[in-house]
Design a binder for this molecule. Structure first.
Ligand code: PNS
Length: 166
């Protein structure tokens, strides 16, 4: 039987517990999940694509059914190059739906062979986003329970903060 591969694309700037939750859910549905870090020249991420890939790999650990890589260009082209049958995206709140729906329909128009699969995050993660945890961390608040330790440490280094947090 052929291997069912999915891609899980995103900015992951940096990886949060919400991302890891979606990855765990995708991992039980697909034989192989390729996490794709978008190298987007239009966005000004806190972490380089290389750093974001490294943080994801460190947060995920050794898992034969998961790989992490960066990509440029269209997600559907990335999916095709990985032999994926699906694009996984996480949904937190209703307001995520509109832009995700738009993106999914555009991706289907670009490549009808790849379906977008939306997975609901757990209730404890609905309020987590990379943007919000960066802001809270930058301003000295604790984000220990919403991001993996590697992300917290990397953000604190970027923001020039010491070991203590409020
Ligand atoms: O984590 P994000 O920032 O919500 O991820 C958005 C992402 C990377 C999935 C999206 O911007 C994307 O797919 N970009 C690649 C370019 C592309 O394929 N655009 C057309 C999709 S409609």
């Amino acid at each position: 039987m052929s291997r069912r591969v999915a891609v899980y694309p995103g900015s992951f700037d940096p990886v949060t517990l919400g991302h890891l939750d979606i990855l765990d859910r995708a991992s039980v549905m697909f034989d192989h999940v390729v996490v794709g870090v978008l190298e987007n020249p239009d966005k000004a991420p806190l972490f380089s694509a290389r750093e974001r890939v490294d943080l994801l790999r460190a947060a995920i650990g050794e898992r034969p059914s998961v790989e992490v890589t960066s990509f440029e260009g269209l997600t559907v082209d990335f999916a095709r190059s990985m032999g994926a049958i699906a694009i996984v995206r996480g949904l937190r709140v209703i307001s995520d739906f509109e832009s995700e729906f738009q993106m999914a329909l555009m991706n289907r128009r670009l490549n009808a062979d790849v379906n977008t699969v939306f997975l609901m995050t757990s209730f404890s993660n609905v309020f987590i986003s990379s943007s919000i945890i960066k802001e809270v961390c930058r301003l000295g608040g604790s984000v220990d329970d919403v991001a993996p330790p590697v992300s917290v440490a990397a953000m604190r280094r970027k923001f020039g903060l010491d070991g203590s947090s409020r």
